[in-house]
Design a protein around this ligand. Structure first.
Ligand code: HPA
Ligand code: ZN
Length: 333
């Protein structure tokens, strides 16, 4: 068997976890079309092909505009269930045994969709994933950072009512110009309520946003974090504190963070001893789920089997699973 075939086989057969996945970003054009008809919600596309050809982004903001528009077709609990269940079927196919998913309640509440509709639909699908396939999961609620802190406090109150289903809070949406310090009090309150914290930082924004996420928001993981290599002191801090960086290679190419996958800095981060792993972010928009991300990245960066193994191990180590479960999965890789 040649070298790449053995890498492919390893990726396909190894149990994996995913830590950076926006459930609204797993809305495939086919389901978007189906839900637009089912709910009689107009979308600015006439066909599935037209939706797909609109997915040419120049940066994060150009993507977010389409992503929030796509979310408009999600109305009823059943829609959030179907969305999540379709993602779970992809997990099964990719041999993902544990997933930690983000959701964005603030892109639904202003459209008149209740918080409970959203969380209950997602949670019911994840419960079925466990009973039917043994796939485990955690839910992380993201705040939209382009909104003000006051609006985010309102949504935090909803999350408190659903503490049994939500393990943590995160920060997503438009990064540049919306620094972590804008949400310092919000995250302090979330931590007081018992939520773990994570934040998107250093996707397009500067290394200072990573520093501030660590120091002000007390995050357990940095989502993306690829801009950290600009700052040697930060690299040292991330390495010495084993801070996970949930890197999303295909996302970074689609949003023009790097011009091509061959120029992605994942291998450099790995070689510096950073706790990086691969994730799919918004797979319906960025061209692939977890295994496709791993395979394409392995090809472009000529990763070794050992590199892939470390990426998958890092992902389990960085998950919010309990230590015993983590170690059990780690023993199988
Ligand atoms: N970055 C910021 N916000 C997001 C993303 C992302 O990659 N995906 C969905 N919301
Ligand atoms: Zn993301």
């Amino acid at each position: 068997m040649n070298n790449f075939n053995s890498i492919l086989e390893f990726i396909n057969k190894t149990p994996k976890t995913e830590l950076h996945l926006h459930i609204e970003g797993s809305l495939e054009p086919e389901l978007m079309f189906k839900l637009s008809k089912r709910n009689k919600v107009e979308i600015p596309f006439k066909s599935i092909d037209e939706i797909k050809s609109a997915y040419n982004f120049t940066d994060l903001d150009s993507f977010l505009k389409i992503y929030y528009e796509g979310s408009n077709v999600l109305i009823n609990e059943e829609d959030f269930f179907d969305l999540t269940w379709e993602y779970i079927l992809r997990c099964k196919k990719d041999n993902i045994v544990h997933t930690e998913i983000f959701f964005d309640p603030q892109s639904h509440i202003p459209r008149g969709i209740s918080f409970d509709t959203v969380i209950n639909g997602i949670h019911k699908a994840l419960t079925r994933a466990h009973t039917e396939f043994g796939i485990t999961s955690k839910i992380i609620m993201c705040f939209l950072r382009h909104l003000d802190e006051e609006q985010c406090f309102e949504v935090l109150n909803h999350a408190v009512r659903h503490k049994d289903k939500i393990i943590g809070v995160g920060l997503d949406s438009s990064e540049k110009g919306n620094p972590p310090q804008k949400f310092k009090s919000l995250f302090e309150e979330a931590i007081k309520e018992g939520f773990l914290t994570v934040a998107h930082a250093g996707e397009e924004g500067p290394p200072e946003y990573i520093w501030d996420s660590l120091n002000l928001l007390k995050v357990k993981r940095i989502d993306h974090g690829v801009q950290c290599l600009q700052d040697d002191k930060l690299v040292e801090k991330l390495r010495d504190s084993n801070i996970p960086l949930t890197v999303c290679p295909l996302s970074n190419i689609k949003l023009c963070v790097f011009d091509k996958l061959e120029n992605h800095n994942l291998k450099k981060m790995l070689d510096k001893g950073l706790r990086v792993m691969v994730n799919s972010d918004d797979p319906a928009y960025f061209g692939g789920y977890l295994n496709t991300n791993l395979i394409e990245t392995a090809k472009a960066l000529q990763l070794s089997l050992e590199d892939i193994k470390i990426l998958i191990q890092n992902s389990f180590k960085s998950s919010f699973l309990d230590e015993k479960t983590k170690n059990n999965w780690l023993s199988k890789i």
